[in-house]
Design a protein around this ligand. Structure first.
Ligand SMILES: C[S@@+](CC[C@H](N)C(=O)[O-])C[C@H]1O[C@@H](n2cnc3c(N)ncnc32)[C@H](O)[C@@H]1O
Length: 254
């Protein structure tokens, strides 16, 4: 065997080893669809305790809030006490609210997701702080009260990235204005987790849906240098929470 052949054989082996590292292990083949593979590679940034039995369905894989951002959201829920997680999904956010000692009312319309979310909260040992409700947030909201309403509504799947300017009417299950109005029945202290390409002017305008207008602050959320989303804080959750004054800021969280 020539030196060149030996070198190219060695190079092929290294590439193969690297590729295997990026592939789901054998027992996950058939469970992890090709669509989800990209997110599976980021599993520990979604749930640091992923290996302990975290469960996610396909929508959950691409819609769960990365753990680092969920921790940030929880730290900013200063009006705390009871946090209503209006679109709880896989409990990425609920877990972190509960970990800080807040009582969480976690709502999701999909019973299978609630089952998985409940499993995930047990892994983090915070299940006793969380009450799950299977139901439509829009219908439940008028009967709920809380200190903070956390909104992490569906962004319409991974195709949200295609919009140059993500306007609030693209949010699901209803447009952002309607959603914000509904959430205000619970509390004016609202946190909204939104796509990175969201129309920031429209988000700021939401504060005018309340009289007097709510304080608002918007920040960018990065994970390992990648912009993953933007978070809008309203009412007492905004840093500049001065009554009867509206202030807005655009914070870069690095
Ligand atoms: C973006 S995901 C939430 C992700 C969540 N923050 C997490 O970290 O796991 C949105 C969730 O909203 C749920 N959903 C959609 N429409 C709903 C509705 N009308 N009421 C309650 N939940 C709804 C979906 O089932 C989905 O799980």
């Amino acid at each position: 065997m020539t030196r060149a052949t030996r070198r190219s054989k060695k190079r092929r082996k290294v590439v193969k080893r690297k590729l295997n590292k990026c592939r789901p292990n054998k027992e996950l083949e058939g469970v992890i669809s090709p669509k989800v593979n990209k997110y599976w590679l980021q599993r520990y940034s979604l749930f640091s305790r992923y290996d302990e039995g975290i469960q996610l369905d396909e929508e959950g894989w691409f819609s769960v809030t990365p753990e680092e951002i969920a921790v940030r959201h929880a730290q900013r829920s200063v009006a705390g006490g009871v946090v209503v997680d209006c679109f709880a999904g896989m409990a990425g956010n609920s877990i972190q609210f509960a970990a800080l000692g807040y009582h969480v009312v976690a709502i999701d319309i999909d019973p299978k997701k609630v089952e998985m979310a409940s499993n995930n909260t047990k892994i983090y040992g915070v299940d006793s702080y969380i009450d799950f409700i299977v139901g439509d947030f829009l219908q439940l909201a008028p009967s709920l009260k809380g200190n903070v309403a956390f909104l992490s509504p569906p962004w319409g799947g991974p195709s949200y990235k295609m919009a140059e300017n993500f306007t609030l009417d693209l949010l699901k299950p209803v447009d952002g204005h309607a959603l914000f109005q509904v959430a205000q029945a619970i509390t004016p202290n609202i946190i909204m987790f939104l796509p990175r390409n969201v129309d920031v002017c429209q988000v700021e305008e939401l504060s005018w849906l309340s009289s007097p207008p709510l304080n608002v602050e918007i920040e960018e959320n990065y994970v390992r240098g990648f912009l993953k989303g933007k978070t809008a804080y309203f009412g007492k959750t905004a840093y500049w929470g001065v009554a009867h004054e509206t202030s807005s800021a655009y914070i870069r969280q690095v």
